[in-house]
Design a protein around this ligand. Structure first.
Ligand code: PGA
Length: 241
């Protein structure tokens, strides 16, 4: 296995990783991008250490990369998954080499991939290996504080399945920030690596700051709240406060 030693992420950064999941046509993604640009241009704000990574579907990467560059938005792009194989004869797969000009980050092991696509430990390790070979930063999702974290992942996202929304983060109760902080402390104590651990599950513009206030929590991973440009913009503005 080609698993690099863990590379530490900058310590004073608060990550906001937007996960669009399986949503939006290309046209809808461009509309989202244009609306976000106009919100940002009307009222930009200092990011104050907030690093934003938007993870749309593969088909959205090229037009969004162009919009981000043109408007100089403070967003980086990531992907929601990656092939466990290198480039070659793997019909239908999108591998790390194919996206390396467009993204810096990849989410691996989201609970929805584990549940609906039956991804298991070895396959996830192969994905990490492929991402690392190409130099992508890995965001590895765990669903509870007992789960093993593979050596070498860059960021861990703790995401209890019951707190993840079906698209509307206001319709599901998130986990209490103080309890999340305790669980993240447990994750960090067990780990032999120095890790940045985020929380995901029904985060919104209204609750993001309560997570940020907890020193243990290194960021959030909003799904539903990243789908509308104004909601995502407000979430970022509140995170950067
Ligand atoms: P949610 O999704 O914010 O819509 O709950 C979070 C996630 O699944 O990463």
């Amino acid at each position: 296995m080609y698993l690099l030693q863990y590379s530490r992420m900058p310590q004073n950064t608060f990550y906001v990783i937007g996960n669009w999941k399986s949503n939006k046509t290309v046209e809808e993604a461009i509309v989202w991008g244009k609306e976000f640009v106009s919100l940002w241009k009307k009222n930009p704000f200092p990011m104050n250490g907030v690093q934003v990574i938007l993870c749309p579907a593969y088909i959205h990467l090229v037009p969004l990369a162009a919009l981000i560059k043109e408007a100089n938005l403070p967003l980086k792009l990531g992907v929601q998954d990656i092939s466990p194989y290198p480039s070659g004869t793997y019909t239908g797969a999108v591998c790390a080499t194919m996206v390396r000009d467009l993204v810096e980050f990849v989410i691996i092991g989201h609970s929805e991939r584990r549940t609906h696509f039956h991804e298991n430990g070895d396959e996830l390790l192969a994905k990490i290996e492929q991402a690392q070979k190409i130099g992508l930063f890995t965001i590895y999702c765990i669903q509870n504080e007992q789960m093993q974290i593979p050596q070498g992942v860059n960021i861990v996202a703790y995401e209890p399945v019951w707190a993840i929304s079906q698209g509307d983060p206001y319709a599901t109760a998130p986990e209490d920030p103080a309890i999340v902080a305790q669980k993240i402390a447990t994750i960090k104590n067990k780990s032999t690596q120095q890790i940045t651990v985020l929380y995901g599950g029904s985060t919104t513009p209204e609750n993001v700051f309560a997570y940020k206030k907890q020193a243990q929590i290194g960021g959030v991973l909003p799904g539903g709240a990243s789908l509308k440009p104004d909601t995502f913009y407000r979430l970022l503005a509140n995170a950067a406060t």
